[in-house]
Design a protein around this ligand. Structure first.
Ligand code: ADP
Ligand code: 5GP
Length: 189
């Protein structure tokens, strides 16, 4: 395995990123999920140090000053999210490849820092109609947050051509197969 490789995955909300990443991690022992830092509150069932490193805003700002982040952003108003250098190093030290799950802007920022060893992947549904159906079926959104996510998705989709690989999540088994293949080839070379 090459040294200090990095996988960055982005998708509009509802595209199936969580579903596909879980399957990928289960079948690819060379890859480990990179835990981001953030300042939002933990949701029910989320664990500090497993889902995110949860910080108070002043702690997060101190980390920014200490240059502890590869990238950080205010993804939602008032809420900071960032990839810690120490987290990537923790995974590299185990001889594994970190998988970073971040928004479009964060993905493009990280790629600028690791142009050589970085695989960027964008996951999308066959259409915005399908995305809407999946979000409705998931049952996690209000009418308002659903519209917000669809609008954001339309914007995020314009960045898809900037990514190394686009995975269309139509049939789940096919998308899983395609994602696993792309990652396995990157891990091998
Ligand atoms: P994301 O993490 O991108 O927001 P999820 O993984 O939560 O997306 O997927 C959104 C919803 O769509 C979930 O209810 C999931 O079970 C469902 N889903 C994922 N992939 C497919 C697929 N290929 N076909 C049908 N439903 C899917
Ligand atoms: P959520 O609050 O739903 O867990 O995540 C909100 C958004 O923040 C998602 O789009 C997720 O990909 C993004 N995100 C998570 N971690 C990071 C990070 O470290 N950096 C950036 N830029 N975005 C992140």
């Amino acid at each position: 395995m090459g040294k200090n490789k990095l996988i960055v995955i982005t998708a509009p909300s509802g595209s199936g990123k969580t579903t596909l990443v879980k399957r990928l991690l289960a079948s690819c022992p060379d890859v480990e999920f990179s835990i981001s830092a953030c300042t939002r509150l933990p949701r029910n069932g989320e664990v500090n140090g497993r889902d995110y490193y949860f910080y108070e805003e002043d702690q997060f700002k101190r980390l920014i000053e200490e240059d502890a982040f590869v990238e950080w952003e205010m993804v939602y108003s008032g809420k900071y999210y960032g990839t810690l250098k120490a987290e990537l190093q923790r995974i590299w030290d185990k001889g594994k490849i970190p998988l970073v799950d971040i928004d479009v802007q964060g993905a493009l920022a990280i790629r600028l820092k690791y142009p050589e060893n970085c695989l960027t992947i964008f996951i999308e549904t066959p259409s915005l109609e399908v995305l809407r159906e999946r979000l409705e079926a998931r049952g996690t959104e209000t009418a308002h947050s659903l519209e917000e996510r669809i609008n954001k998705a339309a914007y995020e989709l314009t960045f898809a051509p900037k990514f190394d690989q686009i995975i269309i999540n139509d049939d789940l088994a096919t998308a899983t197969h395609n994602l696993n293949n792309v990652v396995a080839e990157f891990a091998r070379n």
